[in-house]
Design a protein around this ligand. Structure first.
Ligand SMILES: Nc1ncnc2c1ncn2[C@@H]1O[C@H](COP(=O)(O)OP(=O)(O)OP(=O)(O)O)[C@@H](O)[C@H]1O
Ligand SMILES: [Mg+2]
Length: 474
């Protein structure tokens, strides 16, 4: 959980924030003035500052400026009252995450705080390259095979150049991780890093999110708003899923690349900005160009420095290492012992096709770890966690958190007609037998009694469902 600094001269407001945020599991520090807040940042930089604009002594804007000198990546939300909005807008221009108008609704401010913390984590969370100390503590790009070594070299070459970088690869291959690694190894590593996901934001909002707008630019634009690109001035902007960017916005991005200028919506004057762009996509850009969905001129600019991330099935040599890395990381995060993997489990992982790439491998191990009982994960555990796509077995547990009813519904829509009833019955049967064996600690005689089945019938079922229950003799 995060450490948040509240700076406001209003004692009541400080106290309500302390209570509210402590309830969310955050650590809260509070200061009654800009000067005191600045001293606290000098002492130790928090994950986020939530600060008032108008305070006696040093005002919020001056304090924010001074805090940013101490920590250029400091995340801040500025609270403003009617009449001081201009100052709050100034603060966003200097890189504050956002501002809120007092009085605000609690769910809104909590949502804003969550987003600011997420954005801050992407900026600060170190991404290690290859197995390293960082791999043990934070996130790392794992892989020692030829393909990943090429990626590391390309990151090393591209990072310090300030050049536009395009990262391509299937979903789950690590594009976002690579983007952060490029940023962290760049000359702008101590400046902000802002992520814009071009598909997550509706088209109408994306333009104003990126470029901002002037007061009155459209109905509802009651005050000027500074866009993300301007906020990231002298820093890096990561345009994720650029292949899905609407054509109107592509034109504006092209202009940014060519002229280093942007225009706010409804603005009269171009604003000079200095940002480095990193872009990523899993789309077939060439097809998008030929279908007229992606500008050819932008495509040619983007592709000059391209980093291609191989799908996991083309770098299987890294799977054992990745599996160890994920198990170590998740068991540390969940504060449970790392069960490790049997050699057969490693083999099963290494031969799976992984259509969802590294993300799917990570999710599978996460799930397997949750269901683990201390013993090294077996081939069977892996099959179960992978969700039945491995070796054609039906999974006993449904997808993480999915109820049996929704699993049934999904199977009925996806596999309509293909023996759906039998498959579902097998699924349930497998689940029931697994649970019974679990209760009896693997004792088949007792499990059979529990289920009201004869022992041979139970053994036949175990065989049919491919359940392997260790070496228990019972
Ligand atoms: N080489 C790697 N080493 C360790 N972890 C990795 C690696 N590649 C990806 N991951 C992990 O896999 C998950 C997916 O990675 P990421 O979000 O970067 O993928 P992506 O290519 O951006 O996917 P999408 O196209 O779906 O957005 C993340 O949890 C990431 O930490
Ligand atoms: Mg991504």
């Amino acid at each position: 959980m995060a450490e948040i600094l509240i700076v406001d001269d209003d004692l009541h407001l400080r106290q309500s924030f302390e209570k509210l945020l402590a309830g969310e599991g955050h650590t809260v520090r509070a200061a009654a003035s800009g000067e005191a807040g600045l001293r606290m940042v000098e002492e130790r930089s928090p994950d986020l500052v939530v600060m008032d604009v108008r305070m006696p002594g040093m005002d919020g804007l001056t304090a924010f400026q001074a805090m940013r000198k101490v920590d250029p990546k400091l995340q801040a939300i500025i609270m403003t009252a009617f009449g001081t909005t201009e100052t709050a807008i100034e603060a966003t221009k200097m890189g504050a995450f956002d501002y809120v108008l007092k009085p605000f609704d609690i769910p809104d401010i909590l949502d804003l705080i969550r987003r600011a913390l997420e954005a801050g984590a992407l900026m600060r969370g170190r991404v290690g390259l290859g197995p390293s100390v960082e791999a043990e503590r934070g996130e790392a790009l794992v892989g020692t095979g030829k393909a990943m070594n090429e990626v590391y070299k390309a990151i090393g070459r591209a990072a310090p150049t300030d050049a536009l970088v395009l990262i391509r690869g299937e979903s789950g291959t690590g594009k976002e991780l690579v983007a952060r690694a490029v940023y962290q190894h760049s000359l702008r590593a101590d400046r902000p890093f802002l992520v814009i996901n071009c598909v997550a934001i509706p088209e109408t909002l994306l333009e104003s999110e990126l470029f901002g707008y002037e007061k009155g630019a459209f109905t509802g634009a009651s005050a000027r708003r500074v866009g993300k690109i301007e906020q990231a001035n002298r820093g890096t902007v990561f345009l994720d899923e650029i292949g899905d960017m609407p054509l109107v916005i592509q034109a504006k991005i092209l202009r940014l690349l060519q002229e280093k200028k942007i225009e706010r919506l409804g603005g009269r004057e171009p604003i000079p900005v200095d940002v480095r762009i990193i872009a990523a996509t899993n789309r077939d850009l060439e097809a998008a160009v030929s279908e007229g969905r992606f500008r050819e001129d932008l495509y040619y600019r983007l592709k000059v420095v391209t980093l291609n991330l191989p799908p996991l099935r083309e770098r299987r040599e890294d799977i054992p290492l990745l599996a160890d890395y994920f198990l170590a990381r998740f068991s540390r995060d969940m504060d449970m012992p790392n069960p490790g993997l049997t050699p057969e489990a490693v083999e099963a992982l290494a031969s799976h096709p992984w259509p969802g790439n590294v993300r799917e491998l990570g999710n599978t191990l996460h799930k397997a770890l949750i269901f683990s009982r201390g013993a090294p994960l077996t081939r069977e555990d892996v099959f179960t966690a992978v969700g039945g796509s491995c070796a054609g077995t039906a999974s006993a547990e449904s997808e993480g958190g999915e109820t049996l009813a929704s699993f049934v519904r999904r199977t009925l829509t996806e596999k309509a007609g293909e023996n759906a009833f039998d498959q579902l019955m097998d699924h349930v049967g497998r689940l029931v037998i697994r649970e019974a064996l679990e209760i009896t600690g693997g004792n088949r005689t007792r499990a059979a009694r529990l289920l009201g089945l004869s022992r041979p019938t139970l053994l036949a079922r175990i065989e049919k469902y491919g359940l392997r229950i260790g070496a228990q003799v019972s």
